[in-house]
Design a protein around this ligand. Structure first.
Ligand code: ZN
Length: 144
C-alpha cells in the first residue's frame, strides 16, 4: 500500500496583492513567482474573472477534459500551490466560480482564465523545492 508522502518546509515571505485586470490568472502568478524567485508556495485568490477555463481529469483516458466559459464569474475560492516543473515555477490550482444566480462551477484551473479583479495572498515556502515529474500510474505531473 502506498503511503502519504510529505515534505517539510519553513515559512518564507508572505505576499498580499492585486492581480492585473485583463491578464491570465495562472500566467500572472507564474510570472510573479519567477520575478520574485519563488520556487515553492501556497496561495489563494478571491475576486472576479471575465472568462474561465476549467477542467476535470478523465482518469480512464488520462487526459484533462476542459471547458471554456466566456462569462463574468465571481471567484468564490481558488487555491493552489507553486512548485517546480522543468526548473521553473509551476502553478497547480483549483477554482470555484459563481454566476449571477449563485450557481457554482469549478474544477482544475487552466489558462485562459482572464482576471477582472482579484486579490491574492501567497505564502512562500523555503526548503528543498519539489519538482514535478511524470507519474506512470496516473499520467499526471506529480511530486516525486
Ligand atoms: Zn488539479
Amino acid at each position: 500500500m502506498k503511503k502519504l508522502s510529505c515534505f517539510e518546509f519553513q515559512r518564507g515571505r508572505l505576499f498580499v496583492g492585486c492581480l492585473p485586470q485583463g491578464r491570465d490568472l495562472i500566467l500572472s502568478v507564474e510570472e510573479f513567482c519567477e520575478n520574485a524567485l519563488i520556487h515553492m508556495a501556497l496561495f489563494s485568490v478571491i475576486g472576479a474573472v471575465s472568462s474561465a477555463t476549467i477542467g476535470v481529469y478523465d482518469q480512464k483516458q488520462q487526459v484533462y477534459v476542459t471547458v471554456k466559459e466566456e462569462a463574468p464569474f465571481e471567484v468564490v475560492s481558488c487555491m493552489g500551490n507553486v512548485s517546480l516543473k522543468d526548473g521553473k515555477p509551476f502553478i497547480h490550482a483549483h477554482i470555484l466560480l459563481s454566476d449571477e444566480q449563485g450557481k457554482t462551477i469549478g474544477g482544475h484551473l487552466f489558462s485562459e482564465t482572464i482576471i477582472y479583479a482579484g486579490e491574492i495572498n501567497l505564502q512562500e515556502l523555503t526548503g528543498k523545492p519539489r519538482e514535478r515529474t511524470y507519474d506512470n500510474d496516473t499520467g499526471l505531473m506529480l511530486w516525486k
